[in-house]
Design a binder for this molecule. Structure first.
Ligand code: NAD
Length: 458
């Protein structure tokens, strides 16, 4: 393959063609990023902050263009794209405000407290960022903001289907005054990506995507002794406990499953419902899922847009069919019509069994997997019966009980009580088990690719 074509999943019409870069061109970008890093690292954290604030401002000024392009490339609802751009602006501002304190030198002592020591958080160089298409601006931004503040340069390889958005982001950063080279975009295939990871000037690798790709990229990074952060997929469980407010749970779970057309790593995907509230929850949940208006992602009325690509559509269709063959009961949806575009309806599967995709794997689309639990303890057991561990949710009126479950039992990186949401600049984001390792946001992301250097003063 020498070029790639982006396609609008709402119309199946091509948008643009991009030539793939060869290895030499990709290496030139790495070298240019390294050269920019050599200047950038001389600046203090406080001197870097205004550049980040300028990007935040430029993102807000370009919100309409960015949102439109994201919708064209991925089928994301236009209003969700606008919200995504605002979150990105907030991430840059948060990083500009908090970074200087978080990354400041720490004074310590050594030699039994008699002498002074300093811990400095030093940048390490070029960070290679491999990102998915589901949040075409947010995904690259969460890595970019943190690493610019830390003093690193970033080379982005975006998902093919949102190549245009990656390039637009780079242009916006450049217009906002970010020095040349500090943020480069490369358009390459996966073989060339392995060579990029191996390049001596690449000092860290951060990847967000599926666990399969993460395993491969993580192995390549390990082979070359490069530190990696892997933010991978999940099959997050939302528990509806015996004392849950069922109305709130239903409303929130519908939103949590369908947000971003069901293509969010921390979507509510499995709904583990206790026997005591099972019928009430399932009846109301299915009734709401049946009312969902699917259609044009640019229209204000639309609640569910198309999946991002033909490939995603085929995957979801197959996962639902396999789950039904393995014993799941189809309560609604699962019957895409033959309209143009990659439209898959809001779907509910109940009685999902271990050994089926709905129970074991991530379904990255508007498909809810319901599992009945005997009681609260059984619900917690089922939630943790997963190879993934990104997020999860608990619906209960008893906050103490929920806190204990969240802190002591839920084997995930994030847990939400009686609510759904995606990311917050001030809270750490990341997973355990096959959902990967490392953290974005909350101050943790800025320290992933720094050298915590111990300086011993006499
Ligand atoms: P994907 O794994 O197919 O691709 C992600 C990125 O990795 C793309 O840029 C892709 O080109 C690249 N890639 C894949 N294989 C590669 C290889 N061998 N070498 C180099 N690059 C390679 O995932 P996707 O379909 O784009 O995204 C959906 C997945 O991302 C879901 O599993 C979702 O849960 C996950 N995700 C996780 C988070 C998180 O923070 N944990 C956030 C968003 C999405």
């Amino acid at each position: 393959m020498t070029e790639l074509t982006t396609v609008n999943p709402a119309t199946d019409k091509p948008i643009a063609e991009y030539p793939l870069m060869d290895k030499e061109t990709a290496f030139e970008k790495i070298e240019s990023a390294h050269a920019a890093f050599l200047d950038w690292r001389e600046k203090t954290h406080a001197e870097r902050a205004p550049y980040l604030n300028a990007i935040a401002k430029a993102l807000r000024e370009n919100v309409d263009d960015l949102a439109q392009l994201m919708t064209q490339e991925t089928g994301k609802l236009l209003r969700d794209g606008k919200g995504e751009v605002e979150l990105c602006a907030q991430i840059f501002e948060y990083t500009a405000t908090q970074g200087p304190d978080l990354l400041a030198d720490e004074e310590r002592t050594h030699s039994g407290g008699k002498k002074r020591g300093i811990v400095a958080h030093c940048p390490i160089g070029v960070i290679y960022s491999i990102q998915p298409w589901n949040f075409p601006v947010y995904q690259p931004v969460r890595v970019l903001a943190a690493n610019l503040m830390a003093g690193n340069a970033v080379v982005l390889k975006h998902a093919e289907i949102c190549t245009g958005t990656g390039l637009m982001l780079k242009e916006i950063c450049a217009k906002a005054g970010l020095p040349d080279g500090l943020f480069e975009v490369i358009i390459i295939d996966h073989d060339t990506s392995d060579e990029v990871i191996a390049h001596d000037l690449v000092r860290g690798v951060t990847m967000t995507g599926s666990d399969g790709a993460g395993r491969k990229i993580g192995q390549t990074a390990a082979k070359h002794l490069k530190k990696s952060v892997l933010e991978l997929g999940s099959n997050d469980a939302y528990l509806v406990l015996e004392d849950a407010d069922v109305e709130l749970a239903v409303k929130t779970c519908v939103q949590g499953r369908l947000y971003n057309n069901g293509q969010t790593c921390v979507s509510a995907k499995r709904f583990v419902v206790t026997d005591a509230v099972y019928d009430a929850f399932v009846d109301a949940f299915v009734a709401q899922m049946k009312t969902i208006r699917m259609g044009d992602p640019t229209s204000d009325d639309t609640q569910l847009g198309p999946l991002s690509s033909e490939e995603q559509f085929a995957t979801i269709k197959e996962q639902v069919e396999k789950s039904v063959a393995k014993g799941a009961t189809l309560l609604c949806g699962g019957d895409p019509d033959d309209r143009t575009g990659q439209y898959y309806p809001a779907t509910v599967l109940a009685d999902c069994q271990p050994g089926s995709p709905a129970y074991d794997d991530e379904i990255f689309g508007p498909v809810a997997a319901i599992i009945k639990a005997k009681d609260d303890a059984d619900a917690m057991r089922i939630a943790n019966d997963s190879r993934y561990g990104l997020g999860g949710g608990i619906f209960t009126k008893d906050e103490d009980k929920a806190l204990k479950l969240a802190r002591d039992h839920f084997d995930t990186g994030m847990v939400r009580l009686n609510s759904f949401g995606t990311a917050d600049p001030n809270m750490p984001f990341g997973g355990v088990k096959d959902s990967g390792f490392g953290r974005e946001h909350g101050g943790f992301g800025m320290k992933e690719f720094v050298n915590a250097k111990a300086i011993y003063l006499p």
